[in-house]
Write a protein that binds this ligand. Structure first.
Ligand SMILES: NC(=O)c1ccc[n+]([C@@H]2O[C@H](COP(=O)([O-])OP(=O)(O)OC[C@H]3O[C@@H](n4cnc5c(N)ncnc54)[C@H](OP(=O)(O)O)[C@@H]3O)[C@@H](O)[C@H]2O)c1
Length: 241
């Protein structure tokens, strides 16, 4: 039986709550929960509050995440970052992580299915790019409260498949409505037909599983890691989604 992992959860919204609910079933104890009320501008991230915390899991919002990462690095706590909308500042975060000596795992999407989808999408793009009658496109749909658009996942799919199409820019369209946990589609359209590769999240549990798996994996690690790269490499069993 693996040792209990002591967690801090930063951001107690839809994802923070899902993770807190699942954590005890995955051998984790949530010792600290901080939402905006106690952590405006990262003010709650102090050595005293983080005493005894093994890993911090951050699911807040794009405008809060950089300062949170800076302060978490400052208290020397290994971290999982699920917040999206900041990956254009990856170089800056890389420097913060390296200078502090912490381990940080990030992902636009912590679902196993989506990370496998990236591989399928790359293979599909390489296949269809050989046939110029097919135009590639991406669509994504999320609940009406999601703050960033396109989603980090759509941007990651685009990053993975765009090289196959070289100068042909892949269009991305976004929908924000209702309670949709997340749908991503990569399509190829020709005069004759349409081929679609689609991922549909049924709930937030898949994201929470991946975040908790990463939390156990990052213990004792230093450096910046992407979830897709660590998936299946750890000394724990792959997450059960
Ligand atoms: N990587 C993945 O697998 C994945 C999956 C789902 C979602 N996400 C991303 O994760 C983030 C959170 O998603 P969500 O659905 O949980 O959003 P949410 O329901 O809006 O929750 C975010 C929470 O963070 C709080 N917050 C804002 N600034 C904070 C700060 N400085 N310190 C502590 N808490 C703070 C917010 O408080 P207020 O609302 O009061 O401001 C809110 O309660 C988003 O960026 C989303 O795109 C990623």
């Amino acid at each position: 039986m693996a040792e209990t992992l002591n967690l801090a959860i930063l951001g107690y919204g839809k994802m923070g709550r899902t993770i807190a609910q699942l954590a005890p079933q995955r051998g984790c104890e949530v010792r600290l929960i901080m939402d905006i009320d106690v952590n405006t501008g990262g003010a709650g991230i102090t050595p005293q509050n983080f005493k005894g915390i093994d890993v911090c899991i951050e699911f807040t919002e794009p405008k809060a995440v950089l300062e949170n990462i800076r302060r978490i690095a400052g208290v020397g706590c290994n971290t999982i970052v699920g917040t999206t909308g900041w990956h254009d500042r990856l170089d800056e975060v890389h420097k913060i992580v390296d200078a502090s000596g912490i381990g940080l795992v990030y992902a636009a999407n912590f679902s196993i299915g989506v990370n496998l989808f990236y591989q399928v999408a790359r293979a599909a793009a390489e296949t269809f790019a050989r046939f110029p009658m097919y135009d590639p496109y991406l669509t994504e749909a999320h609940h009406k409260f999601k703050k960033d658009a396109p989603s980090g996942t759509a941007l990651e799919i685009k990053r993975q498949v765009q090289p196959a199409f070289k100068e042909r820019e892949i269009p991305v369209s976004c929908t924000r409505a209702g309670n949709i946990p997340g749908v991503h589609e990569l399509g190829f359209d020709s005069e004759a037909d349409t081929v679609i590769v689609r991922h549909t999240a049924r709930s937030r549990q898949g994201f929470a599983e991946g975040a908790l798996y990463s939390a156990r994996w990052v213990v004792g690690k230093k450096g910046l890691f992407n979830f897709a790269d660590i998936l299946g490499q750890g000394d724990t069993a792959a997450p059960k989604t």
